[in-house]
Write a protein that binds this ligand. Structure first.
Ligand SMILES: Cc1cc2nc3c(=O)[nH]c(=O)nc-3n(C[C@H](O)[C@H](O)[C@H](O)COP(=O)(O)OP(=O)(O)OC[C@H]3O[C@@H](n4cnc5c(N)ncnc54)[C@H](O)[C@@H]3O)c2cc1C
Length: 487
């Protein structure tokens, strides 16, 4: 149902001028006082972590907040599969010990957190599968496919590159990736690794098979890998004993709890197709014809989707380029329930790393003890995920399972496909986390979060000092204070 914009009553420029020198906390207090007289209307697009965090902060300050969401659920890229034991994740997975905002939110809204530290040592226990055969760990140091230099021949492929990146990482702080002094590292990860003496065979084996960013090391900025590494190192320093958490009932319980705390019910299935900003307010139009008017719009739509939304006036310059070109990681996940522990039959570890479609098999450990395997998740990333997305879902699942059974014949009849998620084919994400291609950080990283008239952008892709779920929360906080500074 359309909402009408109330007369503003307050001259925006006067307020901005008056607030200009105030610290943000003071701005927040002031907004609350004004809101008692004439609450400003804020429309938040997206009920993921960024949008929900912004909405609650503004609601606390007395603003009139409406959240609309394209999907029929909250959480966005946080998605827990409760039809499987342990509710494994298809989205945001690890809540690291230093995720202050996420941990605070869980505490404030009574979501239990489970310490996952006991399962961490088990995570890297995997089988290596290359060229159609399992290579036992004992055979790896002398195996012909082993591309590592002599002192490191025993290192398994999944453990090789992170220490190399860590040791050579020039970024000392989490926001240093935006410092122009580091601009020279905004080259391809491939070129940077080669400059360190890393061979093509190592890059292919350790990165290109199953990349965390990009489709290969060629199309991701080295600075992105550096930022991610610095972020993880910082997170490790928060606690000597706790690695991280998962939410009881699945991480989706956190956005669900945030959503419950909203005064106004979220309006679902509102697929935003157009936005307009003027001096007097902003208008948002949805696919079903619903039109919303507000004093400010907070938009958490990932850029991979936002580029399909008409924005009037056009976003120009570096930010426009960012909306049109910033990449999103391609990831598809297949979740398997375990009917019988087939690894007891073939004597191998349940998890795998390999060069096939089922290239990363994760043994979820969400049972009664850390050692219990509650389900298996097959991660398909990069080029393989792009190929999966050209197939019908059932054919994609068949292709992955054929490869999986080829590697683990003992699993036949002992696992059951319970969920498949392609983030690339999801119209509300069109991919997963933002991926910065070489040159993009220098070109527009400092512009992505800038306001466009009365449209204010947030979301993981606009975070400065955090990544993933905590980055989404950080961006929600930043955008809320930005709006509070204007009312
Ligand atoms: C497989 C996977 C693993 C991950 N692992 C981790 C991890 O271990 N740790 C970590 O910290 N993070 C992880 N992440 C990343 C983390 O989940 C995301 O960065 C974070 O949830 C993003 O939150 P957001 O609010 O910025 O965006 P989103 O959650 O995407 O929220 C945006 C919202 O906008 C809605 N929307 C989009 N378009 C429209 C439209 N046109 N109209 C209306 N609504 C729209 C969407 O439906 C969505 O609800 C992972 C993600 C994935 C997919």
């Amino acid at each position: 149902m359309p909402e009408q914009t109330p007369p503003t009553g307050i001259d925006r420029r006067t307020v901005v001028k008056a607030l200009g020198a105030l610290p943000l906390a003071a701005a927040a207090g002031r907004a609350g006082a004004q809101a008692a007289v004439a609450p400003k209307k804020v429309l938040v697009i997206g009920a993921g972590l960024a949008g929900l965090n912004a909405a609650l902060l503004l609601q606390e300050q007395g603003l009139d907040v409406t959240v609309i969401e394209g999907r029929d659920r909250v959480g966005g890229r946080v998605l827990s599969h409760r039809n499987l034991p342990g509710a494994p994740e298809s989205g945001g997975t690890s809540i690291f010990a230093g995720y202050a905002r996420m941990i605070d939110a869980a505490k404030k809204y009574n979501v239990g957190l489970i310490d996952v530290s006991p399962t961490v040592p088990l995570f890297n226990q995997r089988e290596l599968y290359l060229n159609g055969a399992i290579i036992p760990e004992a055979a790896w140091p002398t195996h012909p496919r082993n591309p590592f230099p002599e002192p490191l021949k025993k290192t398994m492929p999944w453990a090789y590159l992170n220490p190399v990146i860590g040791k050579n990482n020039p970024l000392k702080t989490v926001d240093a990736w935006l410092d122009p002094a580091n601009a020279r590292y905004d080259v391809s990860l491939h070129d940077w690794l080669v400059s360190l003496g890393i061979s093509e065979d190592i890059i292919d084996l350790c990165w290109n098979n199953n990349p965390a960013y990009g489709t290969t090391a060629h199309d991701v900025s080295a600075m992105m890998a550096m930022f991610s590494t610095t972020f993880q190192m910082m997170q490790m320093q928060f606690s000597r004993t706790v690695f991280g958490y998962t939410a009881a009932g699945g991480n989706q319980a956190i956005p669900e709890a945030l959503a419950k705390a909203l005064k106004k019910e979220i309006q679902f299935k509102r697929n935003v197709v157009a936005m307009e900003t003027t001096d007097r307010g902003a208008t948002v139009t949805c696919e079903d014809g619903t039109v919303y008017k507000a004093d400010f719009v907070i938009c958490s739509i990932p850029f991979s989707v936002l580029r399909r939304v008409r924005i009037d006036p056009l976003v120009r310059g570096p930010q426009g380029l960012a909306i049109n070109t910033l990449g999103a990681q391609q990831i598809n996940l297949l979740h398997l329930a375990v009917k019988q522990p087939f690894w007891e039959d073939d004597g191998l570890k349940p998890a795998m790393f390999g060069d096939n479609l089922a290239g990363m098999v994760v043994a979820e450990r969400k049972g009664k003890t850390a050692a219990d395997v509650s389900s298996l998740t097959i991660w398909v990333r990069g080029r393989n995920a792009l190929w999966m997305d050209t197939l019908e879902e059932k054919d994609a699942i068949t292709a992955i399972m054929t490869d999986f059974y080829r590697a683990r014949p003992a699993a036949r009849g002992k696992v059951e496909v319970r969920a498949y998620k392609s983030w690339g084919r999801d119209p509300f994400s069109a991919g997963d986390w933002a991926v910065w291609a070489p040159g993009q950080i220098n070109a527009f990283a400092s512009s992505v979060g800038k306001a466009h008239g009365r449209i204010h952008f947030c979301g993981e892709h606009t975070a400065v000092s955090n990544r993933g779920m905590e980055g989404a929360m950080e961006s929600g906080e930043r955008v809320a204070f930005e709006v509070l500074g204007l009312v």
